[in-house]
Write a protein that binds this ligand. Structure first.
Ligand code: DAH
Length: 341
């Protein structure tokens, strides 16, 4: 009996000492005490020995049990400390390693130009509208007084989705005039920036996708003087006080009369230089008084209301503003280019 208890003590102390983690420690607890070595087993066995031996055996069994508990507790503490040590090592942070620099993006030059334009018109009480790029020919052409057969509707210029030429990628932002007239209360003052599409080959000044900003005012008693006064003010806000402009007659189907507006070349002051191709003036936008038929087609009485409109190319505005020579730079997203703004 005594030998058995001593054997249990030895085996258990060994396995406790050898345990490399808490799981193994638990294993050792069960392993050695099992097979007749459990505490209850030990005490039961004490009951089996002769009455003379019983007190001594009972004492021994208690002592073995106390030894094992103590060894378990101690090894447990050691293993916990080891595990903590290891975790501190594994999870150590070297706060002296330099951090990774986050590269900040910038606003695209074209959007800088657009934001300036928006700001100016918002300050004048205009609302900014957004509209579909996939448009009905009805809005892009018919209701803008460019009926079937009009040269601007040609397949060679326009991206159509169907063989009937009814659905298309808008070729101008002008259909937003119609959408505004159909949905908004009068009087109307809006600008509508967005993408437009034409079947153009890519070169330094052309792209099949580019941006325009449409503008429109409709109210009672609106005249060409309002058009000129407003656009001259806008140009002075964009290019500085005293910037000279000129209006040339032109033709657009949806305006009558129609005009183009030029600004005096900022480079040469109107004398003529490579920037303005010797002209002294740079073409800025198309504009005009909204054609009475256009008002009528959208349900506005041209006898009561009149209006003016304009369309401006955004890339060209940005190119002039930042002296960018090639349109392609605006779309290529080369960081070396974009970082300059
Ligand atoms: N939509 C014309 C174009 O793409 C530009 C334009 C001219 C817009 C005159 C207008 C306008 O609103 O009145 O060439």
């Amino acid at each position: 009996m005594k030998e058995q208890l001593e054997a249990i003590r030895k085996c258990a102390l060994e396995s406790i000492g050898a345990a490399q983690d808490t799981a193994a420690l638990e294993g050792g607890r069960v392993g050695c005490r099992g097979g007749g070595g459990e505490r209850s087993g030990m005490l039961k066995r004490v009951g089996e020995v002769s009455p003379e031996e019983r007190p001594a055996m009972g004492q021994l069994a208690n002592a073995v049990r106390a030894d094992l508990e103590q060894a378990l507790e101690q090894r447990g503490r050691e293993l916990d400390a080891q595990a903590l040590e290891q975790r501190l090592k594994d999870e150590a942070l070297d706060i002296t390693i330099p951090g990774k620099r986050v590269k900040l993006g910038r606003r695209h030059p074209m959007y800088i130009a657009l934001d300036e334009i928006k700001e100016i018109f918002i300050s004048m009480g205009f609302t900014v509208l957004d509209g579909p790029e996939v448009e009905l020919a009805e809005y892009n052409f018919d209701k803008l007084n460019a009926p079937e057969g009009h040269p601007s509707r040609d397949w060679s210029d326009t991206f159509y989705f169907d063989s009937d030429s009814r659905v298309m990628l808008r070729s101008q932002t002008s259909p937003m005039q119609v959408r505004a007239m159909e949905t908004m209360e009068l009087p109307i003052r809006i600008i509508a920036p967005g993408r437009v599409y034409r079947k153009d080959e890519v070169d330094a000044t052309h792209s099949p996708m580019f941006h325009q900003v449409e503008g429109m005012v409709i109210d009672k008693g609106v005249t060409m003087a309002d058009l000129k006064g407003t656009l001259n003010t806008v140009v002075e806000m964009l290019y500085g006080k005293g910037t000279k402009t000129r209006f040339r007659p032109h033709h657009f189907p949806f305006t009558e009369p129609s005009c183009e507006m030029d600004v005096q070349c900022h480079k040469c002051g109107g004398v003529g230089c490579p920037t303005c191709k010797g002209e002294g003036w740079i073409e800025l936008l198309g504009a005009g008084m909204i054609h009475p038929k256009v008002l009528q087609m959208s349900g506005i009485d041209p006898e009561v209301y009149s209006g003016w409109a304009f369309g401006i190319g955004l890339e060209r505005t940005a190119m002039r503003r930042f002296k960018i020579a090639d349109l392609r730079l605006i779309f290529e997203n080369d960081v070396r280019f974009l970082e300059q703004f």
